[in-house]
Design a binder for this molecule. Structure first.
Ligand code: NDP
Length: 307
């Protein structure tokens, strides 16, 4: 029997907890967590993502606003706006929707964020802290939302993260957004981690050895059922649009879901698995960022060790 991991239900529970804690924070301090989402250009998928994030944040009581800038905005103008948001005490979380137009240096922009407001967890300081992590992240460490959502799904599937200890985990994909931070989280929880990518030889063999598989390659149904170990736990991050028989399209993951069901112990569906967890983790990160800034109002320079 394969357990289908219900990301929607788990995300709804996390959102309800965040909503309660936002209410409580407001009642105690009068402070409402503030989130600003910057979107350059009008790429339809990015526009849909930022609207989903804004709506979900507002539903839990976060003061969320999307700021849209023209695609041709100069980098200096974007950096100047980020500096204003960094300095604004009513803004606790800042998210720059990726990908950015090609004329903008993404690393420079992400590095310009106040790391305490970096709710996507992409600032080099947060990425570096995650790379050094052992055990659960500290309350003030902002971890990228998708890998964090995957870890919560694994916790749900395994009945706790202690069960990751020593397990053979394969992360398929090495992006800075999903694959690498996912591998760091698994390693921090003592899994034995392999990262596969487009140059990996014998991907099927690597998959077959995995007790935990997190697939984030962005290739529709790349991982076939017979690549999966029996009783593996599979988290499918991929979101791929494929043509459907009725002439429209449907979304599928990186794992051939129908072939996996009946073979593995647990798997996330697409849609309804990782996607809702990503959004819920963004809300939780915004709340965490707000709390950390209230506890420590001035920025610790990266050269100073955190106390
Ligand atoms: P990227 O394109 O940045 O990275 C994909 C990774 O997969 C790369 O490391 C690439 O290898 C590897 N890869 C691609 N093709 C193959 C292959 N045939 N065999 C082995 N490895 C391969 O994607 P992202 O990490 O940003 O996203 C991955 C997927 O997750 C996408 O479908 C995306 O839509 C989805 N996603 C879903 C989210 C959610 O909330 N559910 C959030 C974020 C992403 P190499 O490095 O060698 O090129």
């Amino acid at each position: 029997m394969t357990r289908i991991l219900d990301g929607k239900a788990l995300a709804a529970r996390l959102r309800a907890r965040v909503a309660e804690e936002v209410r409580d924070l407001r009642a105690r301090t009068g402070i409402v967590p503030g989130l600003r989402v910057l979107l350059l250009g009008d790429h339809p998928a990015s526009l849909a993502y930022v609207r989903t994030k804004e709506k979900a944040a507002r539903e839990v009581g976060i003061d969320a606003r999307v700021e849209r800038l023209p695609a041709e905005t100069e980098e200096a103008r974007l950096l100047a706006r980020l500096a204003e948001l960094n300095a604004d005490p009513a803004v606790h979380g800042i998210l720059v929707q990726l990908p950015l137009p090609r004329h903008i240096d993404t690393v420079r922009v992400l590095s310009a964020l106040d790391p305490r407001k970096d709710v996507d967890g992409f600032h080099p300081l947060n990425a570096g802290r995650l790379a050094q992590l052992s055990g659960a992240p500290a309350e003030d460490l902002l971890v990228p939302c998708t890998p964090r959502g995957c870890l919560l799904l694994l916790e749900e599937a395994l009945g706790g993260l202690a069960d990751l200890r020593g397990k053979r985990a394969l992360v398929l994909g090495r992006s800075t957004i999903v694959g690498r931070p996912m591998a760091a989280l698994l390693l921090a929880h003592d899994a034995t981690v392999t990262i596969a990518h487009s140059r990996t030889r014998d991907l099927a063999g690597e998959c077959r050895r995995a007790e935990i598989l997190v697939a984030a390659a962005g290739r529709a149904e790349l991982v076939r059922g017979d690549w999966l170990a029996e009783q593996a736990v599979v988290i499918d991050v991929g979101i791929n649009r494929v043509p459907s028989p009725d002439g429209g399209h449907r979304l599928v993951g990186d794992v051939a879901f129908a072939e996996a069901v009946g073979r593995v112990a647990a798997i996330t569906p697409v849609p309804g698995g990782v996607g809702p967890m990503t959004v819920a983790c963004l809300l939780d990160n915004t709340l965490r960022a707000c709390r950390a800034q209230l506890a420590r109002p001035t920025l610790t320079r990266s050269s100073e060790p955190p106390s």
